[in-house]
Design a protein around this ligand. Structure first.
Ligand SMILES: CC(C)(COP(=O)(O)OP(=O)(O)OC[C@H]1O[C@@H](n2cnc3c(N)ncnc32)[C@H](O)[C@@H]1OP(=O)(O)O)[C@@H](O)C(=O)NCCC(=O)NCCS
Length: 200
């Protein structure tokens, strides 16, 4: 299976930064909720690496180590994990995002997370379609923000393919470190128009 892997080395951090810097101005806006500059992206990746946040990476199948899609799983303290996701333009429409979200759900379920959450720019039609395709129920908040949750279940986590993937992560990526997961919403962060935890 062409599957995501976990970010866990300094080199992965460099590859993630290169992936995010590849995003166009508009894509940065839909991903981060603001027109993130190169510096902002650099600081964001530094924080993820420093905190040991959970990030799933998808490599270019033709170029292992070159990240073409990524998902940040920001664990909140109420048993919910929020996702922030990006796929480079030339790799879109090949289910990379769907696989990353499914993988994030499996991983999150295994550490007792009950729901995944996504916060979406209301004009971001691809992400809205993707979220609905992945089972998120989206709704507008009073302040016009669009967000939704997807409940996590054992039945979707423990299919043969995903158990195999988890076992591979365990040996290759040091899954043990998840025992030290902590909420991502208590650290210093740049102020952005979004309240999204997956942007910090
Ligand atoms: C949104 C985004 C992650 C989708 O990535 P992707 O790899 O193209 O998505 P997938 O190929 O996995 O699509 C899965 C499903 O999403 C839906 N979808 C994705 N892009 C779509 C589009 N442009 N139009 C309609 N539906 C779309 C489809 O239902 C698709 O299901 P299918 O494969 O059965 O047709 C990508 O466009 C992106 O990186 N955008 C910029 C950053 C961003 O907006 N991030 C979201 C902030 S959290």
């Amino acid at each position: 299976m062409d599957a995501p892997r976990l970010m866990h080395t300094a080199r992965d951090g460099v590859a993630l930064r290169a992936h995010l810097l590849h995003l166009s101005r508009e894509d940065r806006h839909t991903r981060f909720g603001h027109y993130a500059t190169d510096d902002t992206i650099g600081r964001y990746v530094d924080r993820l690496v420093e905190r040991g946040d959970t990030v799933l990476l998808h490599d270019d199948p033709a170029q292992p180590g070159r990240v073409i899609a990524a998902l940040h799983l920001a664990v909140l303290d109420d048993g919910i994990a929020e996702i922030g996701i990006s796929v480079e333009r030339e790799f879109r429409g090949h289910s990379y995002a769907r696989r990353l979200i499914d993988a994030a759900g499996v991983l999150a379920f295994c550490i007792g997370i009950k729901r995944l959450r996504v916060v979406v720019d209301p004009n971001n039609r691809p992400m809205i379609a993707l979220a609905e395709r992945c089972g998120f129920v989206l709704a507008h908040s009073d302040i016009g923000e669009l967000s939704g949750d997807r409940p996590l279940h054992a039945a979707s986590a423990f299919t043969a393919g995903w158990v195999w993937w988890l076992s591979r992560l365990w040996s290759a990526d040091g899954l043990q470190r998840f025992s030290s997961w902590r909420p991502a919403n208590d650290s210093d962060h740049d102020s952005t128009p979004y309240t999204s935890a997956a942007n910090r």
